[in-house]
Design a protein around this ligand. Structure first.
Ligand code: GRF
Length: 195
């Protein structure tokens, strides 16, 4: 898993034990983040590739990819990883990197998805899990679930409800990947995610 912050999605995977998959390592672009503490507590190795040590984005994301590859993962899960991977890193793990995004893509791409949805005044937003391609928040969509926006919502309350959905969807997607139930065909993902 690649993470930059609190790591609640990592925790959801750590808590969802399955005989079919396991989290083998965590790579963070920043030291001292809660995601690394969660990994440590679960006995999972964590590695920091500090973005502030790099001048060049491609060199940085190549180093991230090297650190991830060292764990020999079948899949890489981006959960709250706040950096954009370069093309070389994406090609290296083609259709083997997934991302969880807090909106119904293609609406509200980018790092302010929840705030943007509230400011736009949408009544429904949600969660998208998708394969990562070269464009930001763009790759083939694996699954989506709607979340209602309440009139009283601020960013924190809406994010909390969105995260409850994320913590259920992400383990389900990982399980489907582990069982080989998903296939990318052009822009579409064929197969099903078990509830
Ligand atoms: C999640 O809400 C995810 O949608 C977004 O970043 C957040 C990460 O949360 N990409 P956490 O670090 O897993 O708690």
């Amino acid at each position: 898993m690649l993470a930059s912050g609190s790591g609640t999605n990592l925790q959801a995977l750590l808590d969802d034990s399955s005989p079919d998959w396991s989290v083998v390592g965590v790579v963070s672009d920043r030291p001292h983040v809660q995601a690394l503490e969660r990994a440590l507590a679960a006995g999972i190795p964590g590695v920091v590739v500090d973005w502030s040590d790099f001048q060049d984005r491609d060199e940085f994301t190549d180093a991230i990819a090297d650190a991830a590859a060292a764990f020999e993962p079948n899949y890489i899960v981006l959960a709250g990883f706040m950096r954009i991977l370069g093309e070389a890193a994406i090609h290296r793990f083609r259709h083997r990197i997934i991302n969880i995004h807090p909106s119904l893509l293609p609406a509200f791409k980018g790092g302010r998805a929840i705030r943007d949805a509230i400011e736009y005044g949408v009544k429904t937003t949600g969660v998208t899990v998708h394969f990562v391609d070269e464009e930001l928040d763009h790759g083939p969509i694996i699954c989506q679930e709607a979340v209602e926006v309440m009139p009283s919502d601020d960013e924190a309350t809406l994010h909390a409800r969105i995260q409850r959905v994320e913590h259920r969807l992400l383990p389900a997607v990982v399980q489907s990947l582990a069982l080989g139930q998903l296939e990318v065909v052009g822009r579409k993902v064929e197969g099903r995610v078990s509830p």
